[in-house]
Design a protein around this ligand. Structure first.
Ligand code: FES
Ligand SMILES: [Fe+2]
Length: 381
């Protein structure tokens, strides 16, 4: 993030800090917003969201997901099992992780390999998805071997985007202009250090919701995060359907002793982009976190993939990062997801029809309004 941008954002934060108790001291939306609890429980809505996630471009990882030629990783994009590779030409590609023989998933997890090899009958593919070999080739007399089904994919500013629909287009600026502030972080040089998957009894959107406001920090995270992060002074800016929220660390007070031109935002903030439809990218001081949430088997079932990336020239030990990652995910799981699972139980009990998103939760409002807009956009082609 450029220094001028950091200073402009800090000016806004400082204005919030200077506000009296009876004034707004955080970025606000014009009004509060009611949403139907059915959005978290309704089966028709759930299917529509799965359709959207299957066709709309998604941020699936940082470039470090497939760091070098020979790297591959499997990811789920809505209903579509996807395989992401980086071939010898260094280009990132995505293809359906569905073998052209009889449909088995060609790879699981991630790694580095010369040829992709389907575990079922051993057909092989090059990393660009083209066919490499067919065991007992003479038994397949009808057609030439075919490659894996290629899917739209784009790597930009250290981020990898994939769509599960062959006909989808990934825009040149999929972050809708936030590229300009993400690019200086040089995320392309980050490596993936740790990853985990949660499956929890909550709607997939609740896992995104919890990242889209800092309001809850002072209460839900009173013991864990509140000593470090303010509940107030948060900033929100929209980038098309996406948004960026900045939560302010208590260390911000250190800037009071410095002239404005020496101020820097990054050490004193958690910078979070929620990227429609289902990804949250968080930049913190010395690392980046990626959260990808998706529907499981029913509206009240979410699968969440969490990844931690750090600059490749950071030489702190694996143990250091693993420990940090464990603390990070345990707060999120024990506090946020436990609360969200309780919310899901209440929604499914049908006791209340609506919930309210306050004026002080503008990012969360934008996530829901933006998602609704995407859901009502007719499918292309
Ligand atoms: S399904 Fe892949 S080789 Fe048979
Ligand atoms: Fe939280």
């Amino acid at each position: 993030m450029k220094t001028e941008t950091q200073l402009e954002l800090l000016d806004r934060i400082m204005a919030h800090r200077a506000s009296g108790r009876d004034q707004d001291n955080t970025d606000v939306a014009p009004s509060s917003l009611s949403i139907q609890t059915g959005e978290y429980t309704d089966r028709v809505r759930y299917e529509a969201e799965l359709d959207l996630l299957s066709r709309h471009p998604q941020l699936v990882g940082l470039s470090g997901l497939v760091p070098e030629p020979g790297s591959y990783a499997s990811v789920q994009v809505g209903r579509v099992p996807v395989l992401v590779t980086r071939a010898d030409d260094r280009q990132v590609r995505a293809m359906a992780n569905v073998c052209r023989h009889r449909g088995a998933q060609v790879v699981e997890g991630c790694g580095s390999i010369q040829r992709l090899r389907c575990p079922y009958h051993g057909w092989t593919y090059h990393l660009d998805g083209s066919p490499a070999g067919r065991r007992r080739d003479r038994y397949f007399d009808d057609i030439d071997p075919v490659g894996l089904v290629e899917l739209p994919c784009r790597e930009r500013d250290g981020l990898i985007w994939v769509a599960g629909d062959q006909g989808a287009e990934i825009a040149d600026q999929p972050l809708h202009g936030a590229e300009i502030e993400v690019a200086p972080f040089d995320l392309a040089r980050y490596r993936r250090i740790a990853t985990t998957r949660f499956r929890r009894p909550l709607n997939w959107k609740l896992a995104v919701d919890t990242f889209c406001e800092a309001y809850h920090v002072g209460s839900l995270h009173a013991e864990s995060l509140d000593p470090l992060i303010h509940s107030d002074f948060a900033l929100f800016d929209s980038f098309g359907p996406h948004g960026r929220m900045i939560a302010v660390r208590r260390s911000i007070g250190e800037l009071d002793r410095l002239p404005r031109l020496q101020w820097r935002l990054v050490p004193h903030a958690t910078i979070l982009w929620f990227v429609q439809p289902n990804t949250v990218l968080i930049y913190q001081q010395d690392h980046a976190e990626l959260y990808r949430s998706r529907p499981g088997d029913r509206p009240g079932d979410a699968v969440l993939d969490v990844e931690l990336y750090a600059p490749s020239d950071d030489h702190r030990s694996e143990r250091y990062w693993q420990r940090n990652f464990e603390v990070l995910v345990s707060v999120t799981d024990n506090e946020d997801f436990t609360t969200a699972a309780g919310m899901q139980t209440g929604f499914e009990a049908g006791v209340i029809d609506t919930v309210t998103i306050g004026r002080n939760e503008p990012a969360l409002q934008h996530f829901h309004v933006g998602l609704d807009a995407l859901l009502s956009t007719p499918k292309q082609g």
